[in-house]
Design a protein around this ligand. Structure first.
Ligand SMILES: Cc1cc2nc3c(=O)[nH]c(=O)nc-3n(C[C@H](O)[C@H](O)[C@H](O)COP(=O)(O)O)c2cc1C
Length: 330
């Protein structure tokens, strides 16, 4: 069996003590949550649209607010799918501000990360890239990233199609650290991925059910109450499958995109238009649903880790428990 340790390549790259990432979450990444995970020895990742649009901070001020809560390393997520020029310009500005403010760990998703790597490596920073299969991993590595985050089929958000075991087999020989994302709700699951050879774990859902997360109490309770089998993939939110908790509202809406949307998503010329329409609508809907206490429109993203999440607790407690579990099992 592989010996496990906290001192993994991820921990060294990010300059952290516990190789745990609080993954970027639109709309759930609020500054207090990001800071709490970093302060406890993991690393919290800023989701720029969540920081600005949902939680109302100007980008630089938001980072400074986090830095008042913790002096430890924080990271930033850059969704770099080729879309509009104005989005690209905005993301470039956000990355430059983050670098000026001392952020040195970046997680890219989608697209070619080369331009992010070029900027970040000039000041000695590190870029990890979210992937769901080897094809994207090779593209990311060609773009110069130093690590990969393997998003498996149990993840919240846009889940992959493969298991954690399949992904470490497929990606483990590529010569860079691989981080597991998906399905990690308790310390045993964390130990499990370290034993498989992962350099750490990226968690989303577990950190929603924390005291620092600003998501509604109804959303947090739904995570505690849901079983793994209550997680379904819905295309109704962004046009591509997103993991959500099955609620009466989700059942009423159905899981598939409507026929017009499906047609538009299939055709090259209308695909981007449809994606943009979905993106704008989903930003608004997810923001409203995550903060709404009435539970009328329960549109709650979560992964299969709901099965092992049992209480709402401070985010730092989760990190500390994972740390202790490793130290006591070495
Ligand atoms: C509510 C929610 C929103 C998410 N939003 C993003 C996002 O904006 N960008 C991103 O790269 N990943 C996003 N993710 C994925 C997480 O960063 C992480 O990889 C995933 O949650 C890991 O799976 P887990 O939820 O089972 O722990 C999101 C996940 C959730 C649950």
């Amino acid at each position: 069996m592989t010996a496990i340790s906290l001192d993994t390549p991820l921990a060294r790259h990010a300059g952290i003590e516990v190789p745990v990432i609080c993954g970027a979450m639109y709309p759930c990444s609020n500054p207090e949550l990001v800071a709490a995970v970093s302060e406890a020895g993991g690393i919290g990742i800023i989701q720029p649209i969540s920081l600005t649009y949902v939680h109302g901070h100007a980008f630089r001020e938001g980072i400074r607010f986090i830095k008042r809560l913790t002096t430890k390393p924080i990271g930033m997520n850059a969704l770099i799918e080729q879309s509009s020029r104005s989005y690209h310009e905005r993301m470039t500005r956000w990355i430059d501000i983050a670098l000026e403010e001392g952020v040195r760990f970046f997680v890219t998703s989608l697209g070619n990360p080369r331009w992010v790597v070029d900027r970040v490596s000039q000041v000695g920073g590190v870029v990890y890239h979210d992937v769901t299969e080897r094809k994207w991993a090779e593209k990311g590595l060609a773009g110069g990233v130093q690590g990969l985050i393997a998003v498996n089929r149990r993840a919240g958000g846009h889940a992959g199609a493969k298991s954690a075991e399949e992904l470490i087999t497929e990606l483990g020989g590529l010569g860079v650290p691989i981080v597991a994302a998906g399905g990690i709700g308790d310390a045993e699951e964390f130990l499990g991925v370290l034993r498989m050879g992962y350099a750490g774990a990226q968690l989303g859902t577990r950190f929603i059910a924390t005291t620092e997360c600003r998501a509604s109490e109804a959303y947090k309770r739904a995570i505690l109450e849901a079983d793994e089998d209550d997680i379904v993939l819905s295309e109704r939110i962004t046009g591509v499958p997103v993991a959500v908790i099955r609620t009466p509202y989700i059942e009423k809406m159905g899981l598939k995109a409507g026929p017009v949307a499906r047609w538009m998503l299939r055709h090259r010329r209308t695909k981007h238009l449809m994606r943009t329409a979905y993106a704008l609508r989903s930003l608004w809907q997810l923001k409203r649903a995550s903060l709404d206490e009435t539970g009328n429109k329960d549109y709650w993203q979560a992964g299969r880790s709901v099965g092992t999440i049992e209480k709402i607790e401070p985010a730092g407690e989760v990190v500390r428990r994972f740390r202790e579990a490793v130290l006591s099992r070495r």
